[in-house]
Design a protein around this ligand. Structure first.
Ligand code: ADP
Ligand code: ZN
Ligand code: ZN
Length: 717
């Protein structure tokens, strides 16, 4: 018998997608652990991979020895290895893809010594004339131990000042924060509702919960209390936020409460910062991580709590391999680690609320805003009436008047557009034709500043036509309301108003959010015009009016979640209004005032919306009653793609599936970048136990690697 190790190779190739067995050389016998990143021979080449299993077994001449350790410490915990295995099954990805999602490239590839995190703490007091040195000293004195990076973020030129302060022994340098320096800022006295929620969670056997609470009901305060519980037990805590909600404000609330024990994890980190944070989590040097979805894979070894805020957010679904849903991974990980999982939202996903209703997770609610603050009043304006009354503007009389009042009272307003590209397109009023991208089957978007058309799928630009390309008519003009047009309209109506705009064109870096946020927060602008990226998370006390310029642009998308998305966006956008004592109002402009998503959103009534929507899902056989698998086939030759799609659908039907196979059908986005696209949709009833569907799809994928398969798809276009 010899010592053997199974290794998952870091190769994304079908034939290598299983563990390979190697002999453990004597030199590694004592050191090799599960989770180690190693180099191994592969044919005549070298490969790297992660050790999945170490065991005693029969020697054989075919077995080659592991070459060596690439990194001295294991990169994956046994739980994370198990999770990678589960993911590759659940989402049909290679194990190597799951592993790559878990271990950042900078951890796998950077062999240099681990960078040291330095913290500064003041010693005694220091009196000095006003200078950068004195300011830095006072800053650190006030904030307790501060890490070097934070100091340099606040005072970019403070390097020399820090050196001088250390030299005169006014500052002490620490390599980690001593526990006794940790001073939580006090939490406010909790409301009776918050107390009930906490008592329920703390005393129950369930570990996974839906916390449903209207915007501003104090959910975040509940998260903070539960994090405090975890820290008291010597455990770590993870708070997941949708990427765009990683606003400075949210993060600073965690920092205020838990000081330097908080690390932040998002896509804006550099490779070096990523590695530093990853290592600090593994070494248990940070206890709280506030992060975007991939933080769910950080190497915690004593996780006590996972919070998933705004759990309904579609951005929790990863649309590249591995195509995981953060919520499902968080629940799985919570189970593994014995950690509490809290899913929070004002507008829970149908899946989560259904799970709560059927008792598979616990259910707690915060039914009203804290301190008796009222929810904003909502007025629904029927834009068809406006049109009949001769108003062709993008603003109804009601919204114009509300803006006027808000500006006169020196309060702030947010004007919200549901979706960018759909709004401003160029339409011929003679033949009704919109100008489409010749490569992709979507309307091109009109951009006023550059005075040109842009395709948001392939980035092709085109001049604005003066004649219709179809019928030659000159009655061609741009329609709808993009953010730029709304800005211009506000400027025309209210020349004094200071306006800022927030959409994917103006906010490209994480720092842009922070800048915009503070600009508006400090009252340097009166009106914020933006897309759904500003609909949630941000808390502006001076905002008393939210205008939803076009509520129904997402309502008619060919996606079974379109009503749910519309409801969520309306409620979340409305939630930005009246977050202080000033109160607030919401004006919703729509062409579908009778739609249940619009009506229940106007009433802030999630419960009734859920009842209507769940009936629709049951009748049509969509989640949460079924599991969906979406197969997308693409190709440059229309007939060939159609034939392939037919063959795939036929094969799936003939394989004796009980599942329903729908299609093939041309995808709603029937052509992108010159490639034709077809959909095949598989529906499997929930609660019938695991069938062999994933085995069969895996087999299909191995034979036809071009097919793009997504379980639980969120992007149905
Ligand atoms: P949510 O996360 O549900 O939107 P928050 O936790 O952000 O709600 O609370 C909304 C506002 O009310 C915040 O400004 C918060 O500081 C404040 N708040 C929350 N709980 C309390 C409390 N118990 N006492 C006083 N203010 C509170
Ligand atoms: Zn025309
Ligand atoms: Zn295009």
């Amino acid at each position: 018998m010899v010592r053997l190790a199974d290794v998952i190779l870091d190769r994304v190739v079908g034939v290598l997608d299983h563990p390979f067995t190697y002999r453990v050389p004597d030199s590694l016998d004592d050191d090799l652990k599960v989770g180690h990143w190693v180099s191994v021979p592969l044919g005549r080449a070298e490969a790297q991979g992660v050790v999945q299993r170490v065991y005693e077994g029969e020697d054989s001449p075919q077995l080659k020895p592991i070459t060596g350790l690439v990194l001295p410490e294991p990169v994956l915990t046994p739980h994370l290895l198990e999770l990678a295995d589960w993911m590759s099954d659940a989402y049909l990805c290679y194990q190597a893809q799951a592993v790559r999602a878990m271990v950042p490239t900078s951890v796998r590839q950077d062999r240099s010594a681990r960078p040291q995190v330095l913290w500064y703490r003041t010693v005694g007091t220091r009196v000095g004339r006003p200078s950068l040195k004195q300011t830095v000293f006072e800053y650190i004195a006030q904030h307790g131990p501060v890490d070097r990076r934070t100091v340099l973020d606040v005072f970019p030129n403070a390097g020399a000042a820090l050196r001088a302060l250390v030299a005169e022994e006014a500052l002490e340098v620490l390599t980690r924060v001593p526990e006794r320096d940790f001073q939580a800022s006090a939490s406010p006295a909790l409301t009776p509702d918050q107390e009930v929620v906490l008592a329920t969670i703390r005393s129950a056997r369930e570990t996974s919960w839906l916390l449903e609470g209207v915007t501003g009901s104090g959910k975040t305060e509940v998260y903070l209390s539960l994090i405090q519980d975890a820290l008291r037990d010597g455990k770590q805590a993870l708070a997941l936020l949708p990427e765009i909600a990683l606003t400075p404000q949210t993060v600073s609330r965690f920092r205020e409460r838990f000081g330097n024990h908080v690390a932040v994890w998002h896509s804006g980190l550099s490779a070096g910062e990523r590695r530093l944070t990853w290592e600090a989590v593994r070494a248990h040097e940070v206890s709280v991580v506030v992060g975007a979805r991939s933080a769910v894979f950080l190497p915690f070894d004593s996780l006590g709590l996972i919070v998933l805020d705004e759990e309904h957010e579609p951005s929790y679904k990863q649309d590249e391999h591995p195509r995981y849903h953060t919520r499902d991974v968080a629940l799985k990980r919570g189970q593994q680690e014995g950690a509490r999982v809290i899913l929070g939202s004002a507008t829970p996903s149908l899946e989560t609320r259904f799970a709560a209703d059927s008792g598979s997770i616990g259910y707690v609610r915060l039914p009203s805003r804290v301190l008796g603050r009222p929810l904003p009043t909502v007025e629904v304006v029927d834009m068809r009436e406006e049109l009949r009354a001769g108003n062709r503007d993008i603003f109804s009389g009601t919204l114009k008047h509300a803006l006027e009042e808000t500006l006169a009272a020196r309060e702030q307003a947010i004007l919200f557009l549901n979706r960018r590209g759909f709004a401003t397109f160029v339409l011929c009023r003679s033949c009704g034709q919109a100008v489409e991208c010749p490569q992709c089957s979507v309307s091109m978007t009109f951009h006023q500043r550059e005075n040109q058309l842009l395709c948001h799928y392939c980035e092709r630009t085109a001049a604005v036509p003066t004649q219709c390309p179809e019928c030659g008519s000159d009655k061609i003009r741009h329609f709808g309301a993009g953010t730029e047009r709304v800005v211009d309209e506000v400027a025309r109506l209210f020349p004094e108003a200071r306006i800022v705009r927030a959409d994917r064109d103006t906010l490209t870096r994480p720092q842009d959010y922070a800048d915009l946020y503070y600009q508006f927060f400090r009252g340097e602008a009166d009106v914020l015009v933006g897309t759904q990226m500003i609909a949630k998370g941000m808390d502006f006390p001076r905002v008393t009016l939210v205008g939803v310029v076009a509520a129904d642009t997402a309502l008619h998308l060919p996606d079974f979640r379109s009503a749910e998305r519309t409801f969520q966006l309306l409620v979340q956008a409305g939630g930005r209004s009246g977050r202080s004592e000033r109160g607030g109002r919401v004006v919703v402009q729509t062409y579908n005032p009778d739609h249940y998503a619009v009506q229940w959103a106007a009433e802030h009534d999630y419960g009734h919306f859920y009842q209507d929507e769940i009936l629709y899902r049951q009748a049509t056989g969509y989640p949460p009653f079924t599991d969906l698998w979406l197969l997308v086939l693409e190709g440059a030759d229309l007939d060939e793609v159609r034939r392939d799609a037919d063959a795939v659908a036929r094969e799936l039907r003939q394989s004796g599936l009980d599942e329903q196979v729908l299609g093939p059908a041309p995808a709603p986005l029937a052509k992108v970048r010159g490639h034709f696209r077809f959909h095949v949709l598989i529906k499997q009833d929930r609660g019938r136990g695991e069938s062999d569907i994933s085995t069969r799809l895996r087999d299909l994928q191995a034979r036809r690697p071009g097919i793009n398969i997504t379980r639980d798809p969120y992007f149905m276009m």
